[in-house]
Design a protein. Structure first.
Length: 125
């Protein structure tokens, strides 16, 4: 019997949310830091880029997990055949199809890869 997908504990979800926020704030603070505290520019940049790598890797994992759950369990076709009201089935089918068709996982993968490349180029240069 295969294991059903489940959400992660709130502590983990909140931790990644905070990592994402700190990363975004780091990048937005760089212009000010560059002018006022230039010695902190590189550490803050690394905080932002490494945070993005961690955050978008996590988001990629979640996106792939959702798509697998939908396709492996054939949920879209099953929802369409259920005894829910027609409007309920349409809304659920829309949500599932939207998740399945979404390219968000590619966005996360792209951000992860370009962030890792930025670190590599910085180290090499």
């Amino acid at each position: 019997m295969k294991q059903l997908p489940h959400t992660l504990p709130s502590l983990i979800i909140n931790l990644f949310f905070i990592i994402g926020l700190l990363s975004a704030l780091s990048f937005r603070a760089l212009l000010v830091i560059k002018e006022l505290f230039p010695e902190f520019f590189r550490p803050v940049w690394y905080l932002g880029i490494i945070g993005y790598i961690v955050f978008f890797s996590y988001r990629y994992f979640i996106s792939v997990k959702r798509k697998k759950a939908i396709s492996h369990n054939k949920l879209i076709s099953k929802v369409k055949q259920n005894k829910l009201s027609i409007d309920d089935r349409r809304v659920i089918a829309y949500l599932l199809a939207s998740i399945e068709k979404s390219k968000e996982n590619l966005n996360y993968l792209f951000i992860f890869a370009t962030s890792a490349l930025a670190i590599l180029l910085d180290i090499m240069l």
